[in-house]
Ligand binder design. Structure first.
Ligand code: GLY
Length: 439
């Protein structure tokens, strides 16, 4: 498929992919399969990314460094993975040089980078979401709690590396979370606190691409946010994901599109913030229909990993059309019939204090067809050994004809990884599975 505006026989594209996580490894794996691509560079990358792309040591938030790299390689497209790079203004800097960028401007990315902005935007455009209050003063925030039923949802306004949300069971816990936020635990990101009504239901991650005018649905997945089996333990960035999520029926998906995605894309354009990139809607499936938990200006991680394994065909035309316009001219993305599951392996101590530096033994020999290991926080020691270098470290993803088969194939490979200092959940996919997990 040739993207609109590209001549079929033009020279291969040079693509710069920004980021270093499992999400970026999965994106790079998919992009590298495109016949449109000549050169794929990833910065800063990781040892897994180095197997599918040229890796360069430029931080994701080093806007000048990333722009210089894009110019050096003659990038036809820059794909931005993490929201921190968007907040730093990378898409704006690239736009000033007319370099197509899959990623939102800093102004449009406020949909994620400021929860207070996101909630006010949802109110202005009548998007179904939880009632809320925004406070800079701890006394006023605590007074607001008096009229609200428990549990309480307390969020730092800005980006807090996935640690800025507390679901407090009672008033003392909620008040402690308010104090911690406003006392500077998150720096400027915690200068305001958002308090929301709690929404009960099943949470789904729904993705759409937008070129500023048109939105195209781009898959859905269910994440597992708690660290331990049975949805116990602290909140994390995500310990596993699966797709498709049966809880999101076609009817609910079209309701989410009509009530949330399309109005958000129209609303951002009307507010002089046309949205280019991927819009990730965290949805709560409530008895009254899908309601917005949050928007993010990036692919979810590990949701992206399962989406890339299910996507049938070339991703590059979609990324390019979102960056340059023309999404409406592309066919709807096609998905494999298979189910896909992703199991995250994390370093002991994650999310509070992951212990890094331990050596990881990956399975020897080829992986089974339809199984991939995407790297996140890994590094190479001077002697070449693969070591843990972050909280979430590896993602084992597997396809199967059923979710149960995908699950069994994924855990069979997880069990071949020699890494006693890591941990993982054994119950990924439990909401949609009817058979017991392997022990
Ligand atoms: N897995 C949740 C997120 O990416 O925010």
């Amino acid at each position: 498929m040739t993207p609109p505006g590209l001549v079929a026989n033009r020279s291969p594209m040079n693509i710069l992919l920004v980021g270093s996580g499992g999400r970026e490894h999965a994106l790079a794996w998919k992009i590298a399969q495109s016949p449109l691509v000549g050169r794929l560079v990833c910065a800063p990358g990781n040892p897994g990314l180095a197997q599918v792309a040229e890796v360069r040591p430029v931080s994701a938030t080093d806007v000048d460094g990333q722009v210089a790299l894009a110019r050096e390689i003659g990038a036809d497209l820059v794909v931005v993975g993490p929201e921190s790079a968007l907040e730093a203004g990378l898409a704006d800097a690239l736009a000033a040089l007319d370099i197509p960028c899959f990623g939102a401007s800093a102004r449009a990315a406020r949909i994620e980078t400021s929860k207070a902005f996101m909630k006010a935007f949802a109110s202005r455009h009548d998007l179904p979401t939880a009632a809320f209050g925004v406070f800079e003063d701890a006394g006023a925030a605590k007074a607001y709690l008096a009229d609200q039923p428990a549990p309480y949802v307390i969020k730092a306004d800005g980006l807090a590396a996935g640690k800025g949300v507390v679901i407090a069971a009672d008033r003392p816990e909620a008040e402690a979370a308010i104090d911690a936020c406003l006392d500077g635990r998150f720096g400027a990101a915690g200068a305001r606190v958002v308090i929301e009504d709690f929404m009960a239901g099943e949470e789904i991650s729904l993705f759409a691409l937008s070129d500023g005018e048109t939105a195209v649905l781009f898959g859905a997945a269910q994440d597992h946010k708690r660290a331990f089996d049975g949805d116990q333990g602290p909140n994390t960035g995500g310990m596993g994901a699966y797709a498709p999520p049966p809880a999101l029926t076609a009817e609910l998906e079209s309701a989410a599109r009509a009530r949330l995605i399309d109005p958000a894309v129209r609303g951002l354009a009307a507010e002089d913030s046309p949205y280019r990139g991927v819009l990730y809607a965290g949805l709560m499936l409530t008895p009254g229909g899908p309601r917005l938990v949050e928007f993010n200006a990036r692919f979810g991680d590990p949701e992206c990993q399962v989406l890339m394994m299910r996507l049938n065909g070339d991703i590059v035309p979609y990324l390019l059309a979102a960056a340059r316009g023309g999404l409406a001219a592309l066919p709807a993305p096609a998905w494999r019939d298979d189910a896909v599951i992703c199991v995250v392996l994390a370093a002991t101590g994650y999310p509070e204090a992951p212990r890094t530096g331990s050596v990881i033994g990956l399975p020897k020999g080829d992986l089974p067809e339809g199984v991939e290991i995407f790297h996140a926080g890994t590094a190479r020691r001077a002697d070449g050994a693969l070591i843990a270098a972050g909280g979430r470290v590896l993602n084992v993803c597997a396809r199967g004809r059923t979710l149960g088969e995908a699950r069994d194939r994924a855990y069979a490979v997880v069990d071949r990884i020699a890494w006693p200092e890591g941990f993982h959940r054994r119950d990924i996919g439990w909401r949609a599975l009817t058979t017991a997990p392997p022990t």
